[in-house]
Design a protein around this ligand. Structure first.
Ligand code: HEM
Length: 226
């Protein structure tokens, strides 16, 4: 066993940007004053999820859904090994963790879509309630996710948080991915930076940033007169 590259750069960037945008959107959810920030972080979150769904099809070995979405037998065997005190070691996500990833992506999609509809006055009060429920369920799942990461780090005596930062885990040389995918990672980071700076300058279309535009036209009523 040695240190091998497991998580490519786009997967790692996706993860920490997703965690940051979710945390930021959660913290700004209740106040009108921070509404624009909440919405922009919501779009960032949605874009990241869309990217991850694509990367699950075309990304490197351990990022692909086919490598970690396993049937019930594999999940049961993993859970049995966990309860028996000697958990199976998986280089990528373990079979239970794989389903947690699917659940996080599905709930993330529901949260983002219901948020978009609420913001654009589609679906009324029901949609607003749905958005709050989806976000609450997402937070609960994230807390379970963090607890599971800490627990499996302890059980496997391997720091999984550090692995999500450096990309390296313990494994055999032939199990390593060959390239960190610098180009796709840089493109993802550049897209997020470009989106956030356009949002900061208020340069996004109305459907994205309606309240920023409403506020601007309130201050400069003639801007939109043409
Ligand atoms: C301090 C907070 C967090 C820590 C320490 C953390 C840690 C981790 C670690 C270590 C993994 C890899 C698990 C494995 O080895 O199988 C992972 C995966 C994942 N986490 Fe987190 N996480 C955090 C917050 C979040 C949040 C807030 C979200 C969602 C909003 C999230 C969503 C995910 C997803 C979707 C994956 C799968 C990664 C992939 O394959 O693309 N995490 N997390």
């Amino acid at each position: 066993m040695q240190r091998i590259l497991v998580w490519d750069l786009p997967t790692r960037l996706f993860h920490w940007l997703l965690a940051a945008s979710f945390a930021g959107a959660w913290l700004t959810a209740e106040s009108e004053r921070w509404r624009d920030v909440h919405v922009v972080l919501g779009y960032t979150f949605a874009g990241l999820i869309a990217f991850r769904l694509l990367w699950g099809l075309v990304g490197s070995r351990y990022a692909r859904f086919s490598s970690f979405v396993k049937g019930p037998a594999a999940v049961a065997a993993y859970l049995r090994s966990l309860l028996g005190g000697s958990p199976e070691h998986h280089v990528g996500h373990n079979p239970a963790g794989g389903w947690a990833v699917v659940a996080l992506l599905a709930l993330g999609t529901a949260t983002a879509l219901s948020g978009f509809m609420t913001y654009n006055d589609l679906g009324g009060h029901f949609m607003e309630e749905l958005h709050e429920a989806a976000a609450g369920a997402m937070l609960a799942l994230v807390l379970v996710h963090i607890a599971a990461v800490v627990l499996s780090s302890l059980l496997h005596r391997e720091n999984l948080v550090l692995a999500m930062i450096t990309g390296h885990k313990r494994g055999l040389l032939p199990q390593a991915i060959r390239r960190p995918r610098w180009i796709a990672g840089t493109a993802l980071a550049a897209a997020v930076v470009a989106f956030l700076s356009a949002a900061y300058q208020g340069a996004l279309p109305d459907v994205v940033q309606a309240s920023a535009h409403a506020e601007r036209s309130a201050h400069h009523p003639h801007d939109d007169d043409d």
